[in-house]
Design a protein around this ligand. Structure first.
Ligand code: PHE
Length: 461
């Protein structure tokens, strides 16, 4: 791809908002609360925040550096920088991860579409906690309905990509993000006024250190990568569209702060409501879909709040699916040596995604039980495989790539006109990427998989 044909974001703030829009999505609002709920609340939060600081920020920087230097998709970037094909597999790794994420992400986006429709038609008005849980099961097990609801966001995503990502995304993110913040703050205020909200806040903010197990650390690491979109080349792709004079250090920090803020706000909204309305924090993937409607029933302008929130959630999900599918589309153009143009690539990627999503949805029904792996449906398998294993390994390899194999003169964090303390970060970043980030990710992975003890045992003998 030539530099000119790849397109650019028109402003620096546009890049931050687009990357933050890609990062902020269902990972923050749907996944973070239920994963935190299953992993001990406060204990999880503290590990999560450490992961964001220690790995999240350096890895966002890493992907931006690779993308801007190579001006290529995840598929072509590693070759372009290293000058040989040895790193090609990492491009494929990113592409496969992106498809696996889309497989389950579009299913949840489909649930959001359904809930938006139901918020509009006032379908869950008057349902209590049990009723809302039952409602979720009824909805998600109605296969044709879920498939139709998934097809809508898939088509919308493809439509945006058809026209090119920069214009649509930049504009959308500039309006959406501030709106999402305002809406969430209003919900925080309302939730804090509910009697008994303190219990939920204690659950979320009080750390019981005994709950921090190797598994919790591994899940927090995976969640941090998932939420910040690192490890699958999504930010490499946006880095490729970044203006040359952009300050990568500040932009990465801004993306990480915005993303983490939304996740924490989601926790502050969900947990007080969970305890006040008698839900279980370990409810799993259905958590926000049962808790949010319960909150809306308590809010003034219940109908409007519900509709508005699900619209925002849907748009937040769409900015993420766009960045996910862009990994696949840009890579298809690259991989085919531009024999496939953008439109053909969009069609092909959409076809593959449709198949993955339908398989995911079917494997969640009893009739298609044979589509499960070790008793777990494809939705859970894709989610676990990508977030706890593929993203950390992808991130680990990218960190080694920049730390060891990219000439350090190519690592421009700050434009020359802006030499400041941030410019001095380069040696620190390189050291982190060579040693701290990869070694710690590896240890966390081995420990979480229960392999570390086995290895230590092996050395003792
Ligand atoms: N970060 C997105 C979210 O939190 C999901 C995502 C992962 C998007 C990887 C792009 C790449 O919802």
């Amino acid at each position: 791809m030539e530099e000119k044909s790849i397109g650019r974001f028109s402003s620096k703030i546009g890049v931050v908002l687009a990357a933050a829009g890609g990062a902020i999505g269902l990972g923050n609002i749907w996944k973070f609360p239920y994963v935190a709920g299953e992993s001990g609340g406060g204990a999880f939060l503290i590990v999560y925040l450490i992961c964001v600081l220690l790995f999240g920020v350096p890895l966002v920087m890493t992907e931006f550096i690779i993308g801007r230097k190579a001006r290529k998709s995840a598929y072509g970037a590693f070759n372009a920088i290293s000058g040989n094909k040895r790193w090609q597999w990492l491009g494929w790794w990113c592409i496969v991860s992106a498809y696996l994420i889309m497989g389950f992400y579009f299913v949840v986006t489909g649930w959001c579409c359904n809930y938006l429709y139901e918020a509009i038609t006032n379908a869950f008005a008057g349902l209590d906690a049990d009723g809302l849980s039952q409602h979720f099961v009824t909805i998600t097990s109605s296969t044709p309905r879920v498939i139709i609801c998934c097809v809508v966001p898939i088509i919308l995503t493809s439509a945006v990509l058809w026209f090119g990502v920069q214009k649509g995304i930049e504009r959308l993110s500039k309006i959406l993000l501030p709106l999402l913040f305002v809406m969430m703050i209003l919900m925080v205020i309302r939730v804090l006024m509910i009697d008994g909200s303190g219990k939920g806040l204690r659950f979320f903010f009080q750390t019981d250190f005994s709950l921090i197990t190797p598994k919790v650390v591994m899940v927090a690491l995976g969640q941090c990568f998932f939420s910040l979109s690192v490890g699958i080349g999504a930010l490499i792709t946006y880095g490729a569209y970044m203006p040359g004079e952009q300050n990568i250090t500040s932009s990465s920090l801004q993306v990480a702060i915005l993303d983490t803020l939304v996740a924490v706000l989601a926790g502050v909204i969900i947990f007080p409501a969970v305890f006040a309305f008698g839900f279980d924090p370990q409810e799993g993937p259905q958590l926000v879909f049962v808790v949010l409607p319960a909150i809306f029933q308590q809010m003034s302008f219940a109908w409007l709040s519900g509709v508005l929130f699900f619209i925002l959630l849907l748009i937040a999900a769409l900015t993420s699916t766009i960045s996910l599918m862009e990994v696949a589309v840009a890579s298809l153009c690259d991989a085919s040596g531009n024999k496939l143009n953008r439109h053909q690539s969009v069609l092909l990627a959409t076809g593959i995604v449709l198949v993955m999503v339908v398989l995911c949805v079917l494997s969640m029904t009893e009739k298609w039980e044979w589509l499960t792996i070790a008793g777990r449906n494809l939705f859970d398998c894709f989610d676990d495989l990508v977030t706890t294993i593929m993203m950390p390994i992808g991130a680990l390899c990218m960190s080694l790539f920049v730390g060891w194999f990219m000439p350090s003169r190519n690592i421009d964090l700050v434009p020359y006109s802006q030499k400041s303390w941030k410019a001095k970060l380069r040696p620190v970043l390189i050291f982190a990427l060579r040693w701290i980030v990869p070694v710690t990710i590896l240890l966390i992975l081995l420990n979480g998989l229960g392999l570390l003890d086995a290895l230590i045992g092996l050395f003792k003998h």
